[in-house]
Design a protein around this ligand. Structure first.
Ligand SMILES: *[C@@H]1O[C@H](CO)[C@@H](O)[C@H](O)[C@H]1NC(C)=O
Ligand SMILES: *[C@@H]1O[C@H](CO)[C@@H](O)[C@H](O)[C@H]1NC(C)=O
Ligand SMILES: *[C@@H]1O[C@H](CO)[C@@H](O)[C@H](O)[C@H]1NC(C)=O
Length: 446
C-alpha cells in the first residue's frame, strides 16, 4: 500500500511542479490542493480508507483536467498551449494509472472480504464443534451429544465402571515416588504448570499442532527446530519451521513447507526427521521427509475410523492421533471392530505399517486427548476444565489399563493437542490459541 501511496505522492509533486513552472513564466497560474497520502488515508490504515482517499484525489485530478480542457482559467496564450497539452497528457496518464490502481485495490478488497467470509464460516463451525464443557466432572449418564456427531452410540456401562474406579484413586498415591533425576523409562508421575510460548494471532491458530523432533536426523534440522501447523481451515498444508524456541515465540518462521497433501486435525508428529500425519478425510498416514520435502511413505491405517467417526471428546476430526515416545511411533485411534474403544497401534517409522495393535477398553470419545510415554498410553479427562486429570493408563507391555489421577491444567480451556517429547521430557499442547509446554516427571521403573 505504501508503494502506491508514494506513487500518488510523486504524481502530486510532478503536477505541482507543472503549475509552478507556469507560475514562474508569469502568465498563468494553476493552484490546486491535493491531500497528501498521510493526511488522507494513513490514519485509518484500512484499504477502504486508502481507496476513498484515492477516489477524492482522482476527482480533483479529473476536475483539473476538465478545467484545463475548457480553458477555464482563461488568458491561455497559444504559446503555452504546447506546455499545457503536455501537462494535460501527463495528468491523463496519472489518472489512468490511478484508475488501474483503484481497480486493483477494489480487487484486493473483494479478496479480503471473501477471505473474511470464509474465516467467519470457519469460526462458526468451530463454535458448533462438540463442546462437552462439563464432560468429565459432570459424569452424567446422558451426555448431550451435538447433532453433528457420528451415529455410534456408546454402551454406557463401561464408562460408568471406569468412573467408579476413578473415585478410588488419588494423586497422592503416586506422588511420593517421584524421582526428578530420571534417567530411564518409566511411569508418568506428575505434570507441571503450563508454560505458554506463543499465542496464535488469527483464527487459523485456534487449534493446531506444534512440536520438536525428539530424535532429529541429518543436518537440516536440529532438536532446537520448532514445527507448527495451524489446523483451522479446509485445506491445511502449511508446516512452519522455526529455528528455535526464541524465534518461535517471536513468530518468525525460517521456512514454510507446503505439504503435498492436506492435513487432518491436530494429530501430527515429528520424529526422526519426518513429519507423520493423517491425510485429510482418509485413514491414510503420510510420512513426509523434512529434509527432501517429499512423501517418503504412505499407508492406510487398517480399519481406522476417520473424519469424525471416533474423535476425542472435543471433536475436531481427532480420529487418528500420532505419537512418538521412547519406544517408537504410535497411532492412537479406533476401529469399527473396537466400537470406539481406543486402539493403540505401533507403527514401523519407515513404512508406516502396523507392527502390532492393542485394543483398550477406554472409549475414545470419553477422553479429551492422549499421548504415549514409554509404551504406555495416557489419557486426558477434559479438554476444557481448568483443573483436570490424566485419568487412565494403558500399558502395552502388559495389555492392561489402570485408572490414574495425575493433575493437569488446561489454563486456556480448550486443549486441542497433547503430545509427549521424550528427549525433553515435556508435554506439548495447543490450548485455545496458546502453544504451551508442561514439564513432566517420570518414575524410573523399567
Ligand atoms: C532416581 O533415579 C535414579 C536413576 O534411576 C537413581 O539412581 C536414584 O537413586 C533415584 N532416586 C530416588 C530418590 O529414588
Ligand atoms: C539438543 O541436543 C543436545 C545434545 O544432545 C542437548 O544438549 C540439548 O539440550 C538439546 N536441546 C533441546 C532443545 O532439546
Ligand atoms: C484449580 O486448582 C488451583 C490449585 O491448584 C486452584 O487455585 C483453582 O482455584 C482451581 N480452579 C478451579 C476452577 O477449580
Amino acid at each position: 500500500m505504501w508503494l502506491h501511496l508514494s506513487l500518488l505522492h510523486l504524481s502530486c509533486l510532478i503536477l505541482c511542479g507543472q503549475s509552478q513552472a507556469s507560475d514562474a513564466a508569469g502568465r498563468c497560474r494553476y493552484t490546486f490542493t491535493v491531500a497528501g497520502p498521510v493526511e488522507s488515508s494513513c490514519t485509518g490504515g484500512s484499504d477502504k480508507a486508502a481507496v476513498d482517499g484515492m477516489l477524492s484525489r482522482l476527482t480533483l485530478l479529473e476536475s483539473l483536467v476538465s478545467r484545463l480542457m475548457a480553458g477555464a482559467d482563461g488568458g491561455m496564450a497559444s504559446a503555452h498551449e504546447g506546455g499545457l497539452q503536455e501537462a494535460y497528457s501527463q495528468v491523463t496518464r496519472e489518472r489512468n494509472q490511478l484508475q488501474q490502481e483503484k481497480e486493483r485495490l477494489n480487487g484486493q478488497i473483494q479478496d479480503l472480504q471473501r477471505r473474511l467470509g470464509e474465516l467467519s464460516r470457519e469460526a462458526e463451525q468451530i463454535g458448533q464443534a462438540p463442546c462437552l464443557q462439563t464432560h468429565t466432572s459432570a459424569g452424567g449418564e446422558h451426555e448431550a451429544r451435538p447433532a453433528s456427531d457420528p451415529p455410534y452410540s456408546p454402551g454406557s456401562e463401561a464408562y460408568q465402571e471406569m468412573k467408579a474406579e476413578l473415585t478410588e484413586v488419588s494423586a497422592s498415591h503416586l506422588l511420593p515416588e517421584a524421582n526428578h533425576s530420571f534417567t530411564g523409562c518409566g511411569e508418568l508421575l506428575s505434570v507441571g504448570e503450563p508454560v505458554s510460548h506463543r499465542k496464535a494471532d488469527s483464527i487459523t491458530g485456534k487449534y493446531g499442532a506444534w512440536m520438536r523432533d525428539p530424535e532429529p536426523q541429518g543436518a537440516h534440522y536440529t532438536n532446537r527446530t520448532v514445527w507448527r501447523i495451524d489446523a483451522v481451515g479446509k485445506d491445511v498444508r502449511q508446516l512452519f519451521a522455526y529455528e528455535d524456541m526464541d524465534q518461535f515465540s517471536r513468530g518468525f518462521p525460517t521456512k514454510v513447507l507446503v505439504l503435498p497433501e492436506p492435513v487432518e486435525s491436530t494429530g501430527a508428529a515429528v520424529y526422526r526427521g519426518s513429519l507423520y500425519y493423517q491425510r485429510k478425510s482418509s485413514r491414510t498416514l503420510i510420512r513426509y521427509d523434512l529434509a527432501t520435502e517429499r512423501v517418503a511413505a504412505r499407508a492406510d491405517l487398517p480399519h481406522a475410523g476417520f473424519h469424525g467417526q471416533y474423535p476425542y471428546s472435543w471433536g475436531g476430526y481427532t480420529d487418528i492421533d500420532l505419537a512418538a515416545d521412547e519406544r517408537g511411533l504410535w497411532a492412537i485411534h479406533s476401529t469399527s471392530r473396537a466400537k470406539g474403544a481406543i486402539v493403540v497401534s505401533q507403527l514401523d517409522p519407515e513404512s508406516l505399517e502396523v507392527r502390532r495393535s492393542w485394543e483398550t477398553n477406554i472409549r475414545k470419545r470419553t477422553v479429551a486427548n492422549a499421548f504415549m510415554v514409554c509404551g504406555r498410553l495416557y489419557t486426558l479427562a477434559s479438554y476444557a476444565a481448568p483443573n483436570t486429570t490424566i485419568n487412565h493408563v494403558y500399558d502395552t507391555a502388559t495389555g492392561t489399563r489402570r485408572p490414574a489421577s495425575v493433575p493437569f491444567k488446561n489454563r486456556y480451556r480448550y486443549n486441542s493437542m497433547l503430545d509427549y517429547n521424550h528427549a525433553q521430557r515435556k508435554l506439548y499442547a495447543w490450548d485455545n490459541f496458546h502453544m504451551v509446554t508442561y514439564d513432566v516427571t517420570v518414575r524410573s521403573s523399567r
